[in-house]
Design a protein around this ligand. Structure first.
Ligand code: URA
Length: 199
């Protein structure tokens, strides 16, 4: 067991647990507010994330920031962001089950420190790992599930939304629901977004 975030991060940054270590530039640990009670979980680092050492800093990350901003949230203040796997899979392929299993201990330790009240899974891979193996992202996005005292919801991955802009309004509803849930739990002050445009 780790005594602090710093100790956890230091150990994670030199992880040798799976083959993804071979292709990485650096381990992508996580970013955001370590005191936030909302945890966003993506799939794994892409090219920019691998180079910069931070999750969601490429094109999909920029769109994620827009989605958060549209409901008055920011990655630095209101959420913490991490991935299922901390090292970039070759050619951005889906992380293999054994890579996910090797890496999930880091995410579990992050979750133990954060004690989130809400977990938001970004995309199918995270939803299948965190919520249910047979999770159907197209049907079940935006729905809150309770698991072990934590509310969990999945939304479409921002990269999928950039590929298929027709899905953006539906995904934006998920962010409005998230905002509403955060207000109900007292995590943010009530604020209305009557004409919030879908980014
Ligand atoms: N996609 C992800 O799932 N995670 C990142 O950090 C970047 C892109």
């Amino acid at each position: 067991m780790y005594q602090s975030w710093e100790e956890l991060e230091k150990n994670c940054l030199c992880c040798e647990k799976c083959q993804l270590r071979e292709g990485r530039t650096q381990v992508v640990f996580g970013v955001g507010n370590r005191h936030a009670r909302v945890l966003f979980i993506g799939e794994g680092p892409g090219e920019q994330e691998d180079l910069q050492g931070k999750p969601f800093v490429g094109r999909s990350g920029q769109y994620l920031d827009k989605q958060l901003a549209a409901v008055g949230l920011s990655r630095d203040k209101d959420v913490y962001i991490a991935n299922i796997v901390k090292c970039r899979p070759p050619q951005n392929r889906d992380p293999l089950p054994e890579e996910q299993d090797a890496c999930i201990t880091w995410l579990r330790a992050q979750t133990a420190f954060l004690r989130p009240k809400i977990i938001v899974c970004l995309g199918r891979i995270a939803a299948m790992k965190i919520i249910r193996p047979d999770f159907k992202i197209t049907k079940e996005h935006g729905v809150f599930f309770e698991k072990g005292g934590v509310l969990m919801m999945a939304t479409l991955h921002p990269a999928a939304l950039l590929r298929n802009p027709a899905s953006k309004p539906g995904a934006f509803e998920d962010y409005l629901r998230l905002r509403e849930k955060m207000e109900q739990l007292g995590l943010v002050a009530p604020e209305t977004f009557p004409d919030a445009p879908c980014p």
